[in-house]
Design a protein around this ligand. Structure first.
Ligand code: CTP
Ligand SMILES: C[C@](O)(CO)[C@H](O)COP(=O)(O)O
Length: 222
């Protein structure tokens, strides 16, 4: 599945004087959501479900390839995943949860996640190391401590799950509960170990305007 129902408040994109959902913002000439969905399909993923904002449903439907299922997302990412998961309850095989906001995720990342699932992992996330010195600051912006970064990782998507494991984990949590920022956290809260594989800087999430200047479509995706 691809979650594309966020507003993109931090990106702050505007079209004809009105806020436009982040997933509809164009990168390399096409909406982010189109790149993200086509990327999964090109990597061999089938049965793609996309969570979209209710008020833009028709626009998303016109953009996306035939065969893709659209569902209306929720107020939080967790709620959007939950709505899309409802479409996945009867399927077979693992489920991938991917952000529309990571338009140029290389297929190799998808394949590493799927390979780890095929090897028996129930939950898999792509991660990258933290390469900068990392500190803690107080409310005034003063540094109050340094963080040992060797064990820290930045988490990306797609995140992959054994289908039953993901469904059961989401059934345990409510959208009004603790603020889960990804799906691995939901699964880990259910006591399931989360395995990591290497992510890729090309899978970076577009979050703030500066990210639009940095986003790179690889000439050849591996
Ligand atoms: N209610 C929500 C919130 C987020 N997402 C999706 O989750 C992904 C990662 O979320 P993020 O980058 O935080 O997107 P937004 O919530 O749109 O950003 P912001 O917090 O700046 O509004 C995005 O593809 C976004 O569309 C979603 O489907 N439904
Ligand atoms: C799911 C995610 O992209 C993994 O890094 C991330 O947690 C989304 O969180 P955000 O805080 O809404 O950007």
């Amino acid at each position: 599945m691809v979650v594309a129902a966020g507003s993109g408040v931090r990106l702050g994109a505007v079209r004809a004087g009105r806020p436009v959902p982040k997933a509809l913002v164009e990168v390399d000439g096409r909406p982010m959501v189109t790149h993200a969905v086509e990327g999964l399909l090109a990597a061999g993923v089938d049965d793609v479900v996309v969570a979209v904002p209710r008020e833009h449903r028709e626009e998303f439907a016109a953009l996306l390839p035939a065969g893709v299922t659209l569902v209306v997302g929720g107020d939080t990412r967790t709620a959007s995943v939950r709505n899309a998961l409802a479409q996945c309850a009867d399927g077979d095989g693992p489920v991938l949860v991917h952000d529309a906001a990571r338009p140029f995720t290389p297929p190799a990342v998808v394949h590493r996640v799927l390979a780890a699932l095929a090897g028996g992992a129930r939950a898999v996330v792509p991660v990258l190391p933290v390469v900068d010195t990392t500190v803690v600051v107080d409310d005034d912006g003063q540094v109050t401590g340094e963080v040992a970064r060797a064990a820290l990782r930045r988490v990306q998507t797609p995140q992959g799950f054994d289908r039953g494991t993901l469904l059961a984990a989401y059934a345990r949590v409510t959208d009004g509960g603790p603020g889960f920022t990804d799906d691995a956290s939901v699964v880990r809260a259910a006591g399931v170990p989360v395995h990591t594989v290497a992510g890729d800087e090309l899978a970076a999430k577009i979050t703030v305007p500066h990210d639009l200047q940095r986003v790179v479509r690889p000439a050849v995706q591996a």
